[in-house]
Design a protein around this ligand. Structure first.
Ligand SMILES: [Zn+2]
Length: 825
């Protein structure tokens, strides 16, 4: 070939290549061409329909993108996921899903050859989820840019990522919240309130607690995504993109802080750390400052989007970018940075090994957040791609190790015996396990087994103050009694062994104190043992007596089988099938102030789930009075008294969102009770009733330092007077949820009827309790007569996060006695 010819030849090849790639990218719309702005621009925001519209266009235009609708959110918005990968992978998604399902359950793989073939052919599945917390809004906007870049890039590195990975991009697992924030942001733009957070819960029931639901699966959103991730796709890596406060580090990425959850495999913690350091290094290389690792966020608590993966043998990554003011820029001063301190970071101006390059103060924009999140996402995809084989092998091996480790020095199984008289709770517990992919069997023939129920005991009497506990086995059946037919059994020899242990064992949070002897706050709660919270007996099975071929078990496919076994109504459509447990018609009002309150949201969730009718009562109605004409019972969920009475301060929000029930409202509440109404208060709200009604009780934990008493989310034991109608039919000992809650002492006996006390001994059932002596024997639940009516004071949270089903009957019983009640005193 002559030089000229060859030049033309190469030019032709180049032009045709450029033309194809140009044609392909030109037809894929950029976010800007659709939205009219580039995501992340100051003071712009895309709502949910704009986001879903953009992804639909991407699906149509790009053969690298496939969008799937998962179902509907709580407020009926479409939930979507975008699969992004190379064209040939997108065409073969069914094949890759099948590979993932086999790798997720090593019991399905019987031959080494079969395993090797799966490992050679599989792709690393990465899930990225944006803005589950809706005020942490930037990631939802970033999702469009990330998808666009992956759909259009032609460089070799991106192509390699697309070849080796399948990305499941969730633009938001809380679409309702994206709109709540977008509508509010637009409404307040160019007003003095621009950039303020909306005063309402950004999830209809859960608000910020929408990320506290990943083992309980109360919410539609967690149910749909749990199905996507842990029934269908089993991602090897899950990246949950968040934002934190404005004044600290610019970006947190793992490794996490202590303590680790003992049920998380060390290999997973190492892999989490490796990815975190890669992200941190890439951000540093790109010139970003203020990246923090090994601080604040820990892996102890089970229940977040990024913690659920550990219990499915996958890697969970969290990032927390510093927030701007929603989509408006913020200004951060050096003084603010210097005052910002947390576990693992003395302040945000000091250079340390885990924070080597502090950010200088200044303007902080949504664009900064978005750029860091794009780099972080890219960095994780690169790792997934470059170490494809290792990620698949580790995932498979962790599942295998779980199956093989079972029974060695630990129970063989957990049992849910038949005949507990807590049928709805049993059905919910088993349904929740099945929905997470845990195998649950029904006993179709009686078994003989050795059972034990582990309990927590102080290590020695003087350890009471230090909160040191250990687990003691409580043998209940050395004689191998018969386990009745119709009981349910959950064997540990399954890939989710660590999940079962983490949900069924009592937690013993390590006793962690600061240098000053104060309690070091855990990131979230310290204890959550699910059967305990739900009041369901679930002993561990130490041994099963095998009699020939007698074991007859049925693997349950879904919760409706359990409901059928228990002769409960079956699930119909979207409505909860549970029968209203309140024994008489009662007009219930649940107070809903202008200040968003998650405890109020969870209360509505529980009432809706149990089909107990109620009305939300706003400040204005309490101020108007004549409450007896509308209600028999009013519930004030946990909220500080000042918030209830004063509401949001004037000037902090538009006027219609300021002010509380005021002193007039307090007077009307008093009148309501005096005339025969029932006022029910949960936890913090009790302070309002005690103070304003001058009740003969005091909160004995008021003002106690955390070096003396601390209980940040634990399950504690109550001694219950079940002769009282409010505790009727309940066991004499009941587990209750205590989260920096209240304990009372009577200042006079007049009109106080104690229904439950914190146990006289061995109060802690699961979690962390420092200074047990401060809680022992104090009043946990009381009823006080006022005029013709009553005030019912719950010191704890009887419906905490929709998880504390053990104590729900106390609410239903109280309401069952609310009508025509005349105080006996
Ligand atoms: Zn968050």
């Amino acid at each position: 070939m002559s030089r000229r010819l060859s030049a033309i030849f190469f030019l032709t090849i180049f032009l045709s290549f450029a033309a194809t790639s140009f044609a392909q990218t030109a037809s894929v719309p950029s976010p800007k061409s659709v939205l009219g702005f580039t995501p992340g621009d100051d003071r712009t925001i895309a709502g949910w329909s704009q986001i879903t519209d953009y992804f639909e266009r991407l699906d149509r235009a790009s053969d690298r993108v496939l969008v799937q609708t998962l179902g509907q959110s709580t407020l009926k918005r479409p939930m979507i996921v975008a699969f992004i990968s190379a064209r040939e992978n997108i065409l073969a998604l069914a094949k890759y899903k099948e590979i993932q399902q086999q790798l997720a359950d090593p019991r399905k793989i019987t031959q080494n050859l079969q395993r090797d073939r799966l490992l050679a052919n599989g792709k690393v599945v990465v899930a990225i989820s944006c803005s589950i917390h809706s005020t942490e809004i930037v990631a939802s906007q970033m999702s469009m840019q990330l998808a666009y870049e992956l759909a259009t890039a032609q460089d070799a590195e991106t192509r390699e990522i697309l070849q080796n990975t399948i990305l499941l991009l969730i633009p938001s697992p809380n679409p309702d919240g994206v709109d709540i924030v977008a509508n509010w942001y637009r409404k307040t733009l160019n007003t003095p309130y621009e950039g303020r957070e909306p005063p309402e819960l950004y999830h209809h029931y859960a608000g910020h607690d929408d990320n506290r639901d990943w083992f309980m699966l109360n919410l539609k959103e967690t149910q749909l995504i749990t199905r996507l991730l842990w029934h269908d796709w089993f991602p090897q890596i899950v990246y949950d993109v968040h934002q934190q406060g404005s004044n600290g580090s610019r970006f947190f990425i793992p490794p996490f802080y202590d303590p680790p959850n003992p049920n998380i495999s060390p290999l997973l913690l190492r892999q989490v750390g490796l990815i975190g350091h890669k992200v941190a290094a890439d951000l540093q290389a790109a010139g970003f400052k203020g990246v923090l690792t090994n601080a604040l966020y820990d892996t102890w608590w089970h229940g977040g989007f990024r913690t659920a993966p550990y219990f499915h043998n996958s890697i969970g990554i969290l990032s927390e970018a510093a927030s701007a003011r929603l989509m408006s820029p913020a200004t951060v001063t050096t003084e603010q940075l210097a005052r910002s301190s947390t576990r693992g970071m003395r302040n945000a101006t000091e250079s340390t090994t885990n924070f080597p390059d502090p950010w200088p103060a200044g303007e902080w924009r949504p664009r900064d957040i978005m750029s860091m999140e794009l780099i972080s996402s890219r960095s994780i995809l690169e790792m997934a791609s470059k170490f494809r084989g290792e990620y698949l092998r580790n995932f498979y091996e962790l599942g295998r190790a779980n199956v093989e480790a079972a029974g060695k020095g630990e129970p063989q199984a957990y049992l849910i015996p038949a005949g507990q008289a807590r049928d709805e709770a049993v059905a919910k517990l088993i349904g929740t396990l099945i929905d997470q992919g845990v195998e649950v069997y029904r006993l179709d023939r009686e078994l003989h087994a050795v059972l034990t129920t582990p309990v927590l005991r102080r290590t020695n009497p003087s350890a009471e103050k230090l909160g040191n506990y250990r687990r003691l086995p409580l043998l209940t059946s050395p004689a191998m009694p018969e386990v009745p037919l119709g009981s349910y059994i959950i064997f540990l020899a399954q890939p989710q062994r660590s999940n079962i242990l983490a949900l069924f064992e009592p937690q013993i949070y390590p006793n962690r104190l600061t240098a000053l002897g104060e309690a070091e706050r855990p990131y979230d709660v310290a204890g959550w043992t699910l059967p305990l919270q739900m009041g369901v007996e679930a002993p561990a099975v130490i041994a099963i007596k095998e009699q020939g071929n007698e074991r007859k078990l049925t693997l349950l496919k879904d919760v409706n089988e359990v409901r059928a076994d228990l002769a409960l109504a079956l699930q119909k459509g979207d409505e909860s099938p549970i029968k209203n447990p309140v024994k008489q018609p009662v007009r219930v009002g649940i107070y809903k102030g202008a200040t968003s309150n998650m405890d109020e949201g969870w209360t509505r969730y529980i009432f809706d789930t149990f089909n107990v009718p109620y009305t939300s009562v706003h400040d204005v109605e309490v101020r108007q009075g004549a409450l007896n004409s509308k209600f028999d019972a009013l519930i004030f969920t946990s909220q500080p008294a000042t918030q209830i009475v004063n509401g949001n301060a004037p000037g902090t929000l538009p006027q219609e969102y300021t002010g509380g029930i005021t002193e007039t409202g307090v007077k009307n509440l008093k009148e309501f009770v005096t005339n025969g109404g029932m006022l029910i208060c949960f936890d913090n709200a009790c302070d309002m009733a005690i103070k304003e009604f001058n009740l003969p009780l005091k909160n004995t934990l008021d003002g106690v330092r955390s070096s003396e008493f601390y209980c940040p989310g634990s399950i504690v034991a109550l001694d219950v007077d079940n002769k009282h109608p409010i505790a009727s039919m309940l066991p004499a000992t009941l587990p209750a949820y205590f989260i920096n809650s209240s304990a009372f002492a009577a200042t006079s006996d007049a009109n106080v009827r104690v229904i439950a006390r914190y146990a006289k001994d061995n109060v802690l059932l699961s979690g962390w309790l420092l200074g047990e002596d401060k809680l022992r024997g104090q009043i946990a639940l009381a009823e006080v007569g006022v005029g013709k009516g009553r005030v019912v004071l719950f010191g704890f949270r009887p419906q905490h996060r929709g998880q504390a089903w053990a104590t729900l009957p106390l609410i239903w019983n109280a309401l069952s006695t609310a009508v025509n009640n005349t105080s006996e005193d």
